[in-house]
Ligand binder design. Structure first.
Ligand SMILES: [Zn+2]
Length: 117
């Protein structure tokens, strides 16, 4: 998962002739099961030695939405876990949002501005 983020970032960066990626905005659905902290952790490890090394991930959580099978109401599950329709008490349902995960934007520095370190 985190590997594919890095892959996409690298592909974009290569196409644009970018030398350094500084920030990545990521949208992560609540129902994906991914924890923002662990995404950053794995990203840091994987991006070492790449143009995205040290890039900051800005993760925007997208709330989950469930459509009740019984009455059709769309609701947000409690804690993203407990799926009980607030209208009819029906259990479960169909996921309409919250499973998505995509890169919204990538912030880069272009050219050679030198490394301050
Ligand atoms: Zn219902």
């Amino acid at each position: 998962m985190t590997e594919s983020i890095l892959e996409i970032v690298q592909r974009h960066a290569a196409a644009a002739g970018v030398t350094r990626v500084v920030r990545i905005r990521l949208v992560v659905g609540e129902l994906t099961g991914f924890v923002p902290d662990s995404i950053q952790f794995y990203f840091d490890a994987l991006s070492e030695g790449t143009i995205a090394e040290g890039a900051l991930l800005e993760i925007e959580r997208q709330p989950g939405r469930i459509r009740c099978r019984a009455c059709g109401r769309i609701y947000e599950p409690l804690d993203g876990q407990i799926w009980i329709c607030p209208d009819c008490g029906g259990l479960g349902g169909e996921i309409v949002a919250g499973k998505e995960m995509y890169i919204e934007s990538i912030e880069i520095t272009e050219g050679d501005h030198g490394d301050q370190s």
